[in-house]
Design a protein around this ligand. Structure first.
Ligand SMILES: [Ca+2]
Ligand SMILES: [Ca+2]
Length: 392
C-alpha cells in the first residue's frame, strides 16, 4: 500500500479545503471513444474531482455495506465475521445473530443487501464463506430479518443457496448480490474459485451468475431450468471473480469481474450468455502464459469495457442522482490495486470510461444513499467509511 488510508484521506481533505470553485466535471459528454476501446485509463488527481472526501467511521476489513432505506442507518460487513450497524450521529455497534464465517484468504463475511420489501419485512440477504469436508470451502447466501426492537440482531437466518461444489483454496468466492428492479429475482455472482474450468462446467454453479426467486427456489423461466440440479440456477456463465452486480435505470444488469493479469471487465449480462473465461480474456495468466484475447473467439460475449493493467474492481452501483454534475446515468466502481473510483457513463448498451479519480488508497465498496450522495469503504484493517461531499 502506497499510503495509509488515513494519510491519503487527510491529504484529500486538505485538498478539498484549499479548493476554490473547480469547474465541475463534464466528462459525461466528452468523447471518450479512444480510451473506451483501449485497456488503459489514466487516473485524475482528487483535487480535480467534483467532491471532497469526508471521513465518517472506521471498520476492520470492511467488505460491503448497504444503507437501510428510510433510516439514518447502514449495515456494514467486516470480513472476519462481524456485522456492524452504523448510525448517523451515533455509535457503530455490533449486530447479533450473525453466522460463523470461514475467515481466511479472500473469504469471510461477504455482501449485505436489503430485500425490496425491507420497509415492511426487515428482510436482508447476507453472503459468507463456510467450510466443507476435507479443507474445502464455498460461499453461501442467507436470508434473515434485521430486528432493531432490542439489541440489533439478525433473526430467523436461513441459508437459501450454496456454491456447489465446495473446493479447496480461499479465493474468488465473489458472492455479490443484487435484486432485479421489479423485486422478483435475486442475482448472485459466484466466482470460479481460482479453479478455471468450473466457469465452463454446467454441472457446477461456480464462475456463473445465478438467478433465484427471493426464497432461493429456481424461477420456472430460467434459461437452463429443464436441466435441473444447480444447472437450473445458471443465468450466465464463463465468469471469473465477480465483485460487483448492478441494474441500471432501464433494467439492464451489469457485472464487473477481476481479470487475471490484466483484463478486468465490465459486462452487460444477458441470459444464457457465455463470457468466455478461462478460454478467452484480454488479460493473461499471472505466469505470463497467454490467454487468447476476446476478438479471437467472437462466439463469447466480449466485455463492454476492460482494463490493462488491472485496476482490481470492487463494488458496482448505478447512479441516477443530481448531486455531482454530469454523473446522472452512470455506473460507479471502486478499484483496489487501482486505488480509486471509476465512473462509467451508460449510453444504451454502451459504456464510457468517463472518470477515474486517484484516491491513493484501495476502495472496497461503493454505495449511493437515498439523497443521491455517494459513499465508499476503503480497504484494510483500518478501513474508512467516507462520504463524497459535492463541491459547492
Ligand atoms: Ca453495497
Ligand atoms: Ca489475453
Amino acid at each position: 500500500m502506497k499510503n495509509s488510508p488515513t494519510a491519503a484521506l487527510a491529504a484529500a481533505l486538505l485538498v478539498g479545503a484549499c479548493s476554490t470553485g473547480t469547474t465541475p466535471s463534464q466528462a459525461a459528454t466528452a468523447d471518450t471513444s479512444a480510451i473506451d476501446a483501449n485497456g488503459a485509463q489514466p487516473a485524475t488527481p482528487l483535487a480535480d474531482a467534483p467532491f471532497t472526501v469526508q471521513e465518517v467511521a472506521s471498520f476492520n476489513e470492511p467488505w460491503a455495506m448497504t444503507f437501510l432505506p428510510g433510516t439514518p442507518f447502514a449495515l456494514v460487513t467486516e470480513k472476519s465475521g462481524k456485522l456492524k450497524l452504523w448510525q448517523e450521529n451515533g455509535a457503530v455497534v455490533d449486530v447479533a445473530g450473525v453466522p460463523t464465517v470461514a475467515y481466511g484468504g479472500q473469504g469471510g463475511f461477504g455482501d449485505v443487501i436489503v430485500a425490496p420489501d425491507f420497509a415492511t419485512s426487515g428482510t436482508v440477504y447476507l453472503s459468507w464463506v463456510e467450510a466443507g469436508e476435507g479443507g474445502t470451502f464455498g460461499a453461501v447466501v442467507g436470508k434473515g430479518r434485521f430486528d432493531q426492537s432490542g439489541t440489533p440482531a439478525i433473526k430467523d437466518l436461513r441459508i437459501i443457496w450454496k456454491q456447489d461444489p465446495k473446493v479447496t483454496g480461499r479465493g474468488h468466492f465473489s458472492h455479490r448480490l443484487a435484486f432485479s428492479p421489479d423485486g422478483k429475482y435475486l442475482f448472485i455472482g459466484s466466482g470460479e474459485r481460482q479453479k478455471f474450468d468450473p466457469a465452463q462446467d454446467m454441472k457446477a454453479n461456480l464462475g456463473k451468475i445465478v438467478r433465484l426467486n427471493p426464497d432461493g427456489s429456481v424461477p420456472a423461466d430460467n434459461p437452463f431450468v429443464s436441466e435441473g440440479g444447480v444447472t437450473a440456477q445458471i443465468w450466465s456463465l464463463g465468469h471469473r471473480n465477480i465483485l460487483g452486480l448492478a441494474f441500471d435505470g432501464t433494467g439492464k444488469l451489469w457485472n464487473q469481474e477481476m481479470g487475471p493479469k490484466g483484463g478486468d471487465e465490465v459486462n452487460l449480462v444477458a441470459a444464457k450468455s457465455n463470457y468466455g473465461y478461462p478460454i478467452v480474456s484480454n488479460g493473461d495468466h499471472y505466469d505470463g502464459k497467454d490467454i487468447p484475447d476476446h476478438p479471437t473467439r467472437p462466439e463469447f460475449a466480449a466485455p463492454k469495457l476492460w482494463w490493462n493493467p488491472s485496476v482490481s474492481p470492487a463494488g458496482l452501483v448505478w447512479y441516477d442522482g443530481d448531486l455531482y454534475p454530469g454523473w446522472k446515468n452512470s455506473l460507479l466502481m471502486g478499484a483496489l490495486s487501482g486505488e480509486g473510483l471509476i465512473r462509467m457513463a451508460v449510453e444504451g448498451d454502451k459504456l464510457h470510461k468517463s472518470d477515474r479519480w486517484d484516491f491513493g488508497t484501495r476502495i472496497r465498496e461503493v454505495e449511493v444513499r437515498g439523497d443521491g450522495s455517494v459513499w465508499l469503504l476503503t480497504d484494510g484493517s483500518d478501513g474508512k467509511l467516507v462520504k463524497l461531499v459535492p463541491k459547492g
